[in-house]
Design a protein around this ligand. Structure first.
Ligand SMILES: Cc1cc2nc3c(=O)[nH]c(=O)nc-3n(C[C@H](O)[C@H](O)[C@H](O)COP(=O)(O)OP(=O)(O)OC[C@H]3O[C@@H](n4cnc5c(N)ncnc54)[C@H](O)[C@@H]3O)c2cc1C
Length: 380
């Protein structure tokens, strides 16, 4: 019997691989997907019950068209699946007026005509008394923002991918891949499989499958905490998702969510990690980094610890994603969309990856995410 030839193999079924499998299967491709862990695992970058989605994007205005499409696609996915995945709460970004957070959010909002409000210091204090706001800070309120349920979003993409005909295999890491005639061959411990195209969306393990990326990516340990507020739970429940640019770093958090508490974390403490050797226990030091900030800025949130989760960012040198074909083999498409902010894009990145597989190009404006972007010497 001749060996089956699939249209596409997807290596990694987390945030972006699950979305790619869904879009490809929905567009009629025969999809074979693999994940290294069991279905429903939370050992990669997408675990932790909530992920912020926001449109007035301080990181760069070029992301905004992708975010608009991502938002619509999350809503479409909800309609197709019957799941509620995105909760709109609005967003609040506070810090010095000239800081990257406030000035970057305003730049995106103004460039793209997004609904937003600039809030002065006195009004910030009046509206959001749970924060101890620095006298020099202002705020930006972003109307189109909220949070996604990441584990259920991934599972929904997987379930609908299967409904559209995809075959998904779990607890089967891809060990290597190679060119095979006009297509690609991938090998796991269980077998060897052929396809016309390969999408690699392996998150923190990406450099294992693409060693040429190893010098450009670094994996960072990151710890999320959930606390029970000491008082005024209702005021926390009314909060939007928020990001605060403080003197030492950015902190961010979510409103009080029933059954979870208040989730807070700091961005980029800079702890390097190996995805296979990650210390998955939140330490007293990890907790103190966040509690120290709560004592200063949100004292009523500094209550009993309800939970903690260790996670991984996969950082690029400039903090922007890489979505591209490999130069050496255009049948292979790579998505490294993390640097701590990629989940919200998963719905549109799935669509983009499907475009790249089917058409070799996409109408979405992703030139700024190319591996050959100006100022960057990475050639995949
Ligand atoms: C603490 C934390 C907070 C974050 N907060 C936000 C936020 O608020 N908003 C936001 O938009 N983003 C956020 N992010 C970023 C977001 O979660 C990531 O950008 C996103 O999960 C990356 O998706 P991915 O598909 O590249 O990787 P992952 O989601 O990690 O998926 C990779 C998958 O590949 C599998 N895999 C790896 N190697 C192999 C192999 N060899 N064979 C088969 N399968 C393999 C893994 O098991 C995994 O399932 C956060 C990230 C962290 C860590």
């Amino acid at each position: 019997m001749s060996e089956p030839l699939h249209d596409v193999i997807v290596a990694g079924l987390g945030a972006h691989g699950s979305a790619a499998a869904y879009h490809l299967a929905k567009r009629g491709q025969s999809v074979l997907g693999f994940d290294r862990f069991v279905r429903g695992h939370t050992l990669a970058s997408f675990g932790g019950l909530s992920r912020i989605i926001r449109l007035s994007y301080y990181e760069h205005p070029s992301y905004v068209p992708l975010l608009r499409r991502a938002w619509d696609l999350w809503r479409e996915l909800e309609r197709e699946s019957g799941e509620t995945l995105l909760t709109q709460t609005g967003g609040l970004y506070m810090g010095p007026p000239e800081g990257e957070l406030v000035s970057g959010s305003l730049a995106s909002a103004r460039t793209h005509g997004l609904a937003h409000e600039l809030i002065d210091n006195a009004e910030l204090r009046r509206r959001y008394p749970v924060f101890d706001v620095d006298p020099d800070w202002v705020g930006v309120a972003d109307a189109q923002a909220g949070w996604l349920a990441p584990e259920r979003s991934v599972e929904t993409h997987l379930r609908l991918a299967e409904r559209h005909g995809a075959t998904l295999r779990f607890t089967e890491p891809i060990e290597r891949w190679e060119r095979d005639g006009d297509g690609v061959r991938v090998t796991s411990a269980q077998g060897s499989y052929r396809a016309r195209r390969l999408v690699i969306a392996a998150g923190s393990w990406l450099a294992r499958l693409l060693p040429q990326l190893a010098p450009h990516l670094w994996v960072e340990r990151s710890v999320l905490f959930w606390f029970e507020p000491r008082a005024d739970r209702d005021a926390f429940a009314r909060l939007p998702v928020y990001i605060v640019e403080d003197t030492d770093r950015i902190f961010y958090g979510f409103p009080y969510i029933e059954g979870q508490g208040v989730k807070v974390a700091g961005l980029h403490f800079g702890d390097p990690a190996d995805p296979d050797l990650l210390d998955r226990t939140a330490s007293a030091d990890d907790e103190e980094r966040v509690r120290g900030w709560l004592r200063r800025r949100m004292p009523l949130a500094n209550g009993e610890r309800r939970d903690a989760k260790v996670c991984m960012y996969t950082n690029t040198p400039d903090g922007h994603f890489i979505i591209d074909h490999l130069i050496e083999d255009s049948n292979v498409i790579v998505a490294s969309a993390c640097s701590g902010h990629g989940f919200k894009f998963a719905s549109v990145i799935g669509e983009i990856l499907a475009d790249l597989v089917l058409d070799g190009e996409t109408a979405h404006p992703i030139g700024f995410l190319s591996s050959e972007r100006p100022g960057w010497d990475l050639a995949l």
